[in-house]
Design a protein around this ligand. Sequence first.
Ligand SMILES: Cc1ncc(COP(=O)(O)O)c(C=O)c1O
Length: 465
Amino acid sequence: MSGDTSYMNKHLWELDQELFTMIQDEKNRQKECLEMIASENYTSLSVMECLGSCLSNKYSEGLPNARYYGGNEFIDKIEILAQKRSLATFSLDASEWGVNVQPYSGSPANFAVYTAVVEPHGRIMGLDLPDGGHLTHGFFTPQKKVSATALFFEPMPYKVDPDTGLIDYDQLAQSARLFKPKVIIAGISCYSRVLDYKRFRQIADECGALLMADMSHVSGLVAAKVIASPFDHCDIVTTTTHKTLRGPRSGVIFFRKGVRQVKPSGEKVMYDLEARINAAVFPSLQGGPHNHQIAGIALCMAQAQTEEFKNYQQQVVKNAQALCTKLQSHGYKISADGTDVHLLLVNLKSVGLSGGKAEFILDEVNIACNKNTVPGDASALNPSGIRLGTPALTTRGLKEHHFSKIADFIDAAVKLGLEIQKKSGPKLVEFKRVAVEDFKDQIEKLKNEVKDFALGFPLPGHDDY
Ligand SMILES: Cc1ncc(COP(=O)(O)O)c(C=O)c1O
């Protein structure tokens, strides 16, 4: 390509077959596979058009009408539109809530919040990762501060009750009284029940903490009013926009404005979150906003206000519940005994197949999910469960009876896994070897059934890439 700029206007498929084939392979995998990773979804063709637009070319450091570069007349309009629609999607009044739509994704959004409101080595409390929290809620192990949120801040995790799988709010309250965190994080990556934001608020008030919800996983359900809104009780709310919200891969921070508290003397204490959070996003942590993503946010927030979106989110939950019921009828134990949301956690301890082996065999038969710790697991490296989510497949149009069929596929795969394990013994490497060497035909047969089933449902986006 050296010296020749004619390539600048060629299509990817004309220019780079090697790369294009890889993208096509991924598209085919998405078509042929049952995508059950709870954090994934298929975004719309129109969001993809925003992501592939000229907006990717533009630098616009700063905020609308206060930029460090020229030429931002239209970029300003787009960002203001994304802000307005984000507030409208969650029925927020602009005099009480502000929003920053510039975080590159969920992790930078969370880090920006702590940067804004917690001093270095200040204290935060989040749900422990093995109990269903996220890395960016302060994950560390005895050996390592795994997340930078544990390196630069001092986290203390709270836990779920190992018997019920439900958050132990009493224990959280007790720890918070002693630890006195600056921020309590109410958010999950793997927890199938609705959060009690009112209780979180009481606990935060008791120790003077700010309450932050990370609604990344459930923001689509909140937008559609299928589950309770964190906005009624929180000071700050962060979200990704690519999970249940079905938008571009990006992040958003909402923050309260106006009066925080009226003292007994009548003196008003005002929120000071807006300037601090905006400055934390830029210039503290990020540079130029990703304007193509911000346009995608504007679009997905408008889509999230439609009746169709509400129906979609209701279906997501119905599907998760149908999957849950059928798996329970096959004898599987579901953590927290069911689901109110888009995901469920299958506890495989009593089945006798590890989460890692289940994930592997499911992947072999074209069902994508992830191994996950279940309450009481001793090792995060060898978890006993799998997390299953319904958002992506619901986007493809699957209904309750389809998920009942999927439960049968999962059951068949787990039973095949147990057969393999009888021959391989407990080691995962051996299990994988025996599976591909000695159970090739059984795997192929089930895989083809799953593939034929999956191909019956369309995928949004470009046809073949
Ligand atoms: C609750 C929660 N917060 C934050 C994130 C981080 O988002 P990202 O992967 O976009 O950085 C995730 C991602 O899975 C999440 O589940």
